[in-house]
Design a protein around this ligand. Structure first.
Ligand code: SF4
Length: 373
């Protein structure tokens, strides 16, 4: 497949999703990243977290079937495209001395990122102003994970996953507690615990703190990359979809915080999620993406994935039924990234390092391919 076909395939998989035979598991049910998905490798060898849909949802999204073949490692998408299943890592079978299974502490995202939500609650849920796509407390409430992870336990899981040879980076995220540090002190304790046993690249995500020195402290503790997520470039959509975050942090606070972070983290290692499909103004979105990429901030542009249990569960993303328009949008994103020299693959940590939920790597590769023709 050429770069355009791969980009088209990834966008299709991320937006339309796939159906599975009834007997198959449909992915994790709650957390800070997209849920309800399953990871496969595309023909370009990169990970894709495919939303798994069924019933009316599958009809709405036009999800094509994904079916197992005689070879357990190979699945067939839409009857013709072979995808590689990412095997369940062996470290999932281990437990801490107090009996917590390692898979309740951290999970493999894609084929090389160990991700964990350090604190599985968020002040905006208590205030009733949570982000409408969020499901952060659900996996804790359902018993799939623990409320607050112990730094030592996380470090032990990192070590086991590294020894198994299945990860090359770690991603730490958190819900926002009531405290002014936005949960950063807790993240720092985890970074320090990991640094006692490993030099693996670590990406951390949090809301912009009131005291910007907290960002410096994250770097001092040994983080490799930081993400502070604006979620959308369109203020009207942001106010509607992320009321709590919107009230707390205007775009200007994010801009100052990203810029400040660039003093401590290299180009491409400061990032922000920009969701696509919420009805946002695409010109505004591309304009912010350009502004960010110009100074070395990685825009992790990602199709929104309405999850069960979130307030968006029944929301129909604006990309539904508009595959060609969506492809053109991501091609623009790819050109911007390429022109700015921001290759996600050239970074060491951050959500874009896994890349399972975003087609920005494929968009960059497509732009590079037309440039070299
Ligand atoms: S800030 Fe929004 S997305 Fe993040 S944990 Fe809180 S409610 Fe969820």
């Amino acid at each position: 497949m050429d770069a355009e076909e791969i980009l088209h395939l990834k966008i299709r998989l991320l937006t339309e999703g796939a159906t599975l035979p009834e007997s198959e598991y449909g992915g994790r049910k709650g957390g800070a990243g997209p849920v309800g998905g399953r990871y496969f490798l595309l023909p370009n060898g990169r990970a894709c977290g495919i939303p798994i849909r069924s019933g009316e949802q599958a009809i709405l999204y036009n999800s094509a079937p994904l079916i197992p073949t005689e070879n357990p490692a190979v699945w067939l998408y839409d009857g013709i495209i072979e995808l590689q299943a990412i095997p369940r890592p062996r470290f999932y079978d281990l437990k801490t001395p107090d009996g917590i299974p390692y898979y309740q502490i951290a999970l493999l995202h894609g084929d090389r990122t160990l991700a964990t939500t350090v604190y599985q609650s968020c002040r905006y849920w208590s205030h009733g102003t949570q982000c409408k796509f969020c499901t952060i407390p659900l996996s804790y409430r359902s018993g799939d994970t623990v409320l607050e992870k112990n730094p030592r336990n996380i470090a032990d899981v990192v070590l086991a996953a590294e020894q198994e040879g299945v990860i090359d980076n770690v991603l730490l995220t958190t819900g926002t507690p009531e405290s002014e540090d936005m949960g950063i002190e807790r993240l720092i304790r985890v970074i320090e615990a990991i640094r006692e046993i490993s030099q693996i690249p670590i990406g951390v995500q949090f809301e912009p703190p009131i005291d910007k020195n907290e960002i410096h402290a994250v770097s001092n503790a040994g983080a490799t990359a930081v993400g502070m997520h604006i979620e959308t470039a369109d203020d009207a959509v942001r106010e509607e979809i992320c009321p709590g975050k919107f009230q707390y942090g205007p775009l200007d606070l994010y801009k100052l915080s990203w810029q400040y972070a660039l003093d401590y983290f290299p180009k491409g290692h400061v990032s922000t999620f920009i969701l696509h499909g919420l009805g946002e103004d695409l010109e505004k979105t591309l304009s912010l993406i350009r502004e960010l990429a110009d100074v070395g901030i990685m825009p992790v542009v990602t199709p929104v994935r309405p999850s069960h249990g979130s307030q968006l569960a029944n929301f129909k993303p604006t990309y539904v039924g508009k595959l060609n328009e969506t492809l053109s949008f991501y091609q623009e994103v790819g050109k911007i990234l390429f022109d700015s020299g921001l290759n996600p693959e050239a970074t060491l940590a951050g959500c874009h390092r896994c890349g399972g939920c975003t087609p920005i790597q494929e968009a960059y590769d497509w732009a590079a391919s037309i440039e070299t023709l």
